[in-house]
Design a protein. Structure first.
Length: 359
């Protein structure tokens, strides 16, 4: 039996309890977690913004060590370090065949299965496939990627979501080029990763926008050259900081209608706005037909940073080893499983960067 943070029902508080995992069957892998990041997506699952079968073990950003493997798993062995991949690609659907593996139609097929049981026999589902808020987990072999060499496993957990998403939003979706200006809305874990990625891309002016003035030091340490408080004048301030024309690219990491609209307005004519944040279906963003024509801007969604973990993790590891990407700078709190509810509260209040559950 291992300890895990269990969501008994949508809107219920997480409860740390013992669960029993099955032995890994064919094509499955058992992993002992080193660390798991607390992502805003976990909060969205817990409060019902995103749908998840319950009761469930949440947590999707993690890394650890292989304990055992099931029949047919020949590329992994006990003792191997791995990063969890919460959105595995099937390799056969339309999106996978055209190279858009981050949009795989079957990525979440495993989330409806039975993952484990509590002491009283209650069946549990794996939140976002991997159930990382636990000391150990059993996942499909497609849900693990070899951990990059030279990166501590606890830090490598952040590569599984925050860093892939922030990096991909900058490099794959917004396609930021050297010398361009970038505005990043939201300085949580993903936003801080996006700021570092904009710096790596060679952006000249990097503006961080957040509701909390306490985030300024974090944002500047991640690469922001400017900091703007989220307000009704934020777009105007960003234009002033970018020569009066607006940012070349805006990365929205909050998932709020007002922030998306402000991000759009902060970009120049012909600018690009990438929406990373996951908002609720009641968050409505409106545009009029004339402004769409006149401004010539683009607005795009971004899932998992438009990343392929097998392709992008080695690239990110190279940046870590070279000192260009500081994973530790994303972490503002190192906690145990019992600290997850407080981390959720901090996210609701707009406090902190990434909380990391360290086992």
């Amino acid at each position: 039996m291992v300890r895990a943070a269990v969501l008994s029902a949508v809107g219920a508080p997480l409860r740390v309890t013992g669960i029993t995992l099955p032995e890994p069957g064919p094509g499955r892998v058992r992993v002992r977690l080193a660390a798991a990041g607390v992502c805003h997506s976990d909060l969205s699952l817990a409060d019902g913004t995103l749908s998840v079968p319950v009761p469930a073990v949440l947590g999707h950003e993690g890394a650890g060590t292989v304990v055992s493997v099931g029949e047919g798993v020949g590329h992994l062995a006990p003792g191997d370090g791995v990063v969890l991949n919460w959105a595995p690609s099937c390799g056969d659907c339309h999106h996978c065949r055209i190279g858009e593996v981050w949009l795989c139609a079957r990525a979440f097929a495993g989330a409806s299965g039975i993952h484990a049981r509590t002491a009283d026999g209650t069946e549990l589902h794996p939140g976002l496939n991997v159930a990382a808020f636990a000391e150990e987990t059993v996942v499909d072999a497609a849900c693990v990627v070899p951990a990059p060499e030279g990166v501590p496993l606890a830090d490598a957990a952040l590569l599984g979501c925050a860093v892939l998403t922030g990096y991909g939003a900058v490099h794959h979706s917004a396609r930021v080029r050297e010398g361009e200006s970038v505005a990043v809305f939201g300085a949580g874990g993903v936003g801080l990763a996006a700021l570092q990625s904009a710096r790596i891309a060679g952006a000249s002016t990097i503006v961080a926008v957040d509701v909390s003035p306490a985030k300024e030091a974090l944002a500047r340490a991640a690469g922001a050259t400017e900091f703007v408080l989220a307000s009704g004048t934020a777009a105007r301030e960003i234009r002033a900081l970018t020569g009066g024309v607006g940012a070349d690219a805006a990365i929205e990491c909050a998932g709020r209608a007002a922030a998306i609209r402000t991000a759009w307005e902060s970009t120049r004519r012909g600018g690009r706005t990438t929406v990373v944040g996951i908002g609720g279906k009641d968050e409505q963003v409106t545009f009029n037909a004339l402004e769409i024509f006149h401004w010539g801007r683009t607005l795009s969604g971004c899932v998992y940073g438009n990343c392929d973990p097998a392709r992008d993790l080695p690239v990110l590891a190279g940046h870590v080893r070279a000192g260009r990407l500081d994973l530790g700078a994303l972490v503002t709190d190192r906690i145990g499983l019992d600290g997850i509810p407080a981390a959720f509260a901090d996210m609701r209040a707009g406090r902190g960067g990434r909380a990391l559950v360290v086992f």
